[in-house]
Design a protein around this ligand. Structure first.
Ligand SMILES: Cc1cc2nc3c(=O)[nH]c(=O)nc-3n(C[C@H](O)[C@H](O)[C@H](O)COP(=O)(O)OP(=O)(O)OC[C@H]3O[C@@H](n4cnc5c(N)ncnc54)[C@H](O)[C@@H]3O)c2cc1C
Length: 561
């Protein structure tokens, strides 16, 4: 930026002055600074293009601009043309044209063209009489207008862009505050113009320091919004893979008990629990706790004890190297450790009905009820699933939506959902439950518009208008990358301890004299906790408990492998 920033305090609103004559430019800035320098940042530019660049950068950073003073006679763009373009970037800033007496006609015309607030004749001596009264009045008017600062991360995207929705979900789940701007609304368009992008590639994420990132990857985003992505050491006592309740529990206990611990998470800490709007059955929270709150506390607790928490790092390989264990990341890098706790949980199963894949992120969402809640305002929303996760989502969304229809395949909720939730749902007037119902097709142009529902009891189908569908239809462990490394059951869950040797015999390939510990896999020193474990309870409390217990077994393993 060539504009000369004369006061560097970032938090103050700016007053920009543009004049191609350096002496005049300096004089205006000097006079402005003398009177307003303690309250405003005076920014000076010596050409229209530098002035526009300065405004664009300030826009991206979320800075406020209170007033813009531009000289009329400038070579590239005259002052009126400049103010016209400046208005596209900062429509709320007050606009002043500096003119010579001969140009007053042009200045008067400009009052209509660019909605000029004032013109000032040069020279403006003495400023107490000719400059300050005008600028005082303009700044007072500006202060009375809506000019809330937005210094945080901004996301400009489209409601029906799948990647825009993923990015919002990613930021929300990592507890990064952001402000959302629709790309087809005026402020979104101003931000896209300031970022010099055409809006065809969305979303554009603008970091708090003003850098625009076009369609950033999760890893790029993580690094730019201050999430740790790289380990600080080459070797750890314990690597925890997965940042859900089991992994966070293991990280808290591992680090607090003196193990050099790193937790690696492929997306965002919290896992499934992080997506829950309200967990009501976790010990110690009689009024319930949101998954986001629980995750935030757990992550802070883990880091307080010295655990490193890395996000956007997917583990794709596990290898035994003598006494060490090595995990390989998706980008080919690796990390060595003495022991590993697998806490990779489960992921939502996909529903195979035609149209759903194409519309995922465009009205069809797996989980993610929290981030999309605002979009449900006044809408008829459909939720698929008969378990607690679907029930919680229906309850939560009913606060925003006109109606919520819970679509359940089975004949009732009793078998699959907790009694307290069934009762809550029955008491909420805008939730309807349709049992024996399956989604057989989804359709729409660029977003979900219609669903075909099949009543399996009556064997009838019906097409309904629908813009939002949330699916919570059970989950599968994503453990294919462990194939041939540790023993898994037919559904991919990792088998541990006594289950590895049901007849009491030593598991095949097991190299030690002792039998595997309770949460130990078929590879010594590699443990599993939480939902990824075969026969696990699939509850937050049990996942946390297993994380803690696995650490106890890690200690035992380290003392005597
Ligand atoms: C919406 C919802 C509501 C729920 N409500 C309740 C409730 O009220 N009460 C209750 O007790 N339970 C509830 N549950 C269930 C509970 O959340 C789970 O049992 C619990 O989260 C399991 O924890 P976990 O750590 O084993 O696995 P997960 O929570 O599944 O976490 C696993 C983590 O590992 C990461 N990961 C996976 N593979 C890799 C890899 N290769 N590399 C790096 N990271 C990886 C994933 O991204 C994920 O973050 C709910 C679940 C959902 C989805």
């Amino acid at each position: 930026m060539n504009a000369l920033t004369e006061r560097a305090e970032e938090s103050r609103a700016a007053v920009l002055t543009v004049d191609d004559d350096p002496a005049v430019s300096r004089a205006v800035a000097r006079d402005l600074r003398r009177r307003y320098g303690d309250r405003y940042r005076i920014v000076r530019a010596e050409s229209a293009s530098d002035g526009l660049d300065a405004l664009r950068q300030m826009k991206l950073r979320g800075d406020l601009v209170a007033a813009i003073l531009a000289d009329y006679r400038m070579p590239e763009l005259n002052g009126i043309e400049f103010l016209e373009q400046a208005m596209d970037i900062y429509p709320g800033a007050r606009r002043v044209l500096l003119t010579a007496y001969a140009d007053t006609g042009a200045a008067i015309d400009a009052i209509n063209v660019v909605d000029l607030d004032h013109y000032l004749l040069k020279p403006w001596d003495p400023p107490e009489e000719k400059l300050y009264p005008v600028v005082d009045a303009l700044l007072d008017a500006w202060l009375e207008s809506d000019h809330r600062p937005v210094p945080e991360t901004k996301v400009v995207g489209h409601r029906w862009s799948a990647r825009s929705s993923e990015v919002r979900e990613f930021l929300a789940r990592n507890q990064v505050p952001y402000r959302w701007y629709a790309s087809d609304e005026p402020e979104g368009q101003r931000l896209l113009a300031a970022a010099k992008t055409d809006g065809l590639a969305l979303p554009v994420v603008i970091t708090p320091d003003g850098d625009p990132l076009v369609e950033p990857s999760d890893a790029e985003l993580a690094a730019r919004v201050g999430l740790a992505t790289t380990p600080s050491k080459d070797f750890y006592d314990l690597i925890v893979i997965g940042g859900g309740p089991a992994g966070l529990g293991a990280a808290v206990y591992g680090a607090s008990e003196g193990l050099r611990t790193v937790l690696v998470e492929q997306l965002a800490t919290g896992g499934q629990a992080g997506q829950s709007s309200r967990i009501e059955n976790y010990l110690g929270f009689p009024d319930g706790v949101s998954g986001a709150q629980l995750t935030d506390r757990a992550r802070r607790q883990a880091t307080k004890f010295g655990a490193e928490v890395l996000t956007t790092r997917e583990v794709t390989g596990l290898e035994v190297r003598g006494p060490a264990r090595r995990v390989t990341f998706a980008d080919g890098t690796f990390l060595d450790t003495q022991a590993i706790i697998l806490a990779t949980g489960v992921s939502y199963r996909r529903l195979g009905a035609p149209g759903l894949d194409e519309l995922t992120g465009r009205g069809v969402y797996y989980g993610s009820a929290l981030t999309e809640a605002a979009a449900c305002a006044g809408q008829d929303v459909y939720v698929v699933g008969g378990a607690n996760s679907a029930g919680q989502a229906a309850v939560y969304l009913s606060r925003f939506a006109k109606s919520v229809t819970l679509l359940v395949r089975g004949p009732s909720l009793e078998k699959s959902m907790s009694y307290y939730l069934i009762k809550q749902i029955a008491d909420i007037p805008n939730i309807a439950v349709r049992t024996c119902t399956a989604v057989t097709e989804a359709s729409g142009e660029d977003h979900l518009e219609r669903l075909t529902l099949r009543d399996t009891g009556r064997d009838t189908t019906e097409t309904v208008d629908a813009q939002l569908l949330f699916l919570f239809i059970g989950a599968a462990p994503l453990t294919d990358w462990l194939d041939g490394v540790v023993v898994r059951d037919a559904r991919g869950f990792v088998v541990t301890g006594p289950d590895l040797s049901p007849g009491g015999e030593r598991p095949r390939g097991w190299p030690l004299d002792r039998m595997p510990y309770y949460l130990e896999t078929s590879v010594p020193g590699v443990f599993v906790a939480g939902d990824a474990r075969a026969e696990s309870a699939k509850r937050v409390a049990s996942a946390v408990g297993e994380g803690a217990m696995a650490v106890m077994l890690v200690h035992r393993y380290l003392e005597k492998p």
